[in-house]
Design a protein around this ligand. Sequence first.
Ligand code: KG4
Ligand code: ZN
Length: 332
Amino acid sequence: MMVLGIETSCDETSAAVVASGPRLLGQVLLSQAALHEPFGGVVPEIACRSHVDSLTRVIEEGLRRSGVGPGDLSGVAVAYRPGLIGALLIGVTTAKALAWGLPLIAVDHLEAHLEAPLLGGERPEMPYLGVVLSGGHTDLYHVVEGGRHRIGHTRDDAIGEAFDKVAAILGLGYPGGPAIEREAEGGDAGSIGLPRALLEPGSLDFSFSGIKTAVLYLWRGQNVRARGPVPAAPPRADIAAAFQTAVGDVLVEKIRRAIGATGLLRVVFGGGVTANRGLRALLEEGLDGVAQQIVFPPIEFSTDNGAMIAARGLTLLERGEVASLDLEARAS
Ligand code: KG4
Ligand code: ZN
């Protein structure tokens, strides 16, 4: 079987073909980062316009790179939720047009993130604890065969959003996650104490707005409790490293709690923030001896991509889970 995957949920336009295995035959991934950079974040109207401008060519080139023609495909998979509604609509509408006579497969973007490890040859056994760390989500899931149940989520900023906002505060530009990661490499995390919001005892939810505000005051050299002259800001690299470490500590604690509450010993990570090697190392260290298995997607398939949509689509098609042509995009 061969499935074409289409991803347009946010600011990446991507198409890929994945064959049974799953084996990636080819992919095109067009990042809109340069278009959104002047605004410091994703502008939905610009994202939509760019998807409209490029999606057809991205699909054509994706098929060409994969060495397959439309007639070779067994199905067309598309990310239909969650994401920017206008951006999703463009992918869904295009997929419907292409799926004339072919199965249309509706892929949940978050489930695709959790299946991205398949592209690296890892097939985690279910049930497992799914951890989605992206620009829009910080979610913990109890994942079983054929479904998932959310057991924790962010109450304010998503983790990727926190990276992006902290990068903006520190003048590191957009997208912020990779910039923080680079800056943190040369920093001393131990030189600065930042808050770790663990919420109520036993809570599996997250809150990242407090740490963002703490970074803001630190960077401005302001301490709300300080009297007298405003102290100088610490080095930027130290703040970036302290931020990344504090976020890592919170994740480790919440995942430990989730393992304790559910008994799930396998942990599968997904989402753009898992591209961060420093954070991966913190998670591996912090969960050592607690989790039996820790699975990350290959770094290149951590952020949004068409290959993970195609891979998830293949799983669904093999199970016979096909959508009808009245499929609707959904923001959440
Ligand atoms: O999964 P994703 O590509 O898109 C969404 O589904 O949201 O995640 C994007 C998020 C952005 O907030 C971006 O800053 C963050 O992932 N990100 C990173 C890194 N690369 C991307 N965060 C931390 N470190 C990185 N290396
Ligand atoms: Zn994503």
